[in-house]
Design a protein around this ligand. Structure first.
Ligand SMILES: [Zn+2]
Length: 180
């Protein structure tokens, strides 16, 4: 995994750029939860499921199929979310799938089962600058944790803040010209 903080950057950036009646705070909270959700699979270790199993860490929950199914499920609740099913689907899919892609940019562990269930191969992106995050909170408070924070600052947070600012200005400019 990249750290949970790094994963929630993606929904935060999309919110900065697309905030509006349909992309409201409820949907943002859901998207942030979904950006972390795939790592629920670390419980597989507790059940003795091997890391490299399709049901193990970075397995099926780190696939595009899983992101699609979760997004579809969430879009059913468009009334509760006070949004549009299509908007919910897109935002939730991006949040959940971005988790796998960020993990695929880390420099350690196994790759992600991006094309599960069609292909169980564990994949990395060609560009892997992010220091892999330790599994578990305790290990995070170590020198390793500091290295992770430094690497995520450079590769995730700073680009994320830059994109949020750009997205914010693009959105407000578009909205003000839209209202004129
Ligand atoms: Zn993960």
């Amino acid at each position: 995994m990249a750290s949970a903080f790094a994963h929630i950057v993606v929904p935060a950036v999309t919110y900065a750029a697309l905030k509006g009646k349909r992309f409201n705070i409820r949907l943002l909270v859901l998207a942030m939860a979904l950006a972390i959700f795939p790592d629920i699979d670390v419980i597989a270790f507790k059940f003795g499921i091997a890391y490299e199993s399709q049901w193990g860490h970075r397995g099926f929950t780190h696939s595009l199929m899983f992101a699609g199914l979760v997004a579809l499920l969430c879009s059913i609740f468009w009334r509760q979310l006070r949004s549009h099913p299509m908007m919910i689907f897109v935002i939730c899919f991006v949040a959940c799938a971005s988790h796998a892609l960020l993990d695929a940019m880390t420099n350690g562990g196994l790759g992600v089962a991006l094309y599960w269930p069609f292909d169980h191969e564990r994949l990395f992106l060609p560009f892997r600058p992010i220091q892999v995050s330790p599994i578990g909170v305790k290990a995070f408070f170590s020198e390793w944790g500091l290295t992770v924070i430094a690497s995520e600052l450079i590769w995730v947070f700073i680009p994320g803040i830059a994109m949020s600012v750009a997205g914010f200005f693009a959105r407000t400019k578009y909205q003000s010209s839209y209202h004129d």
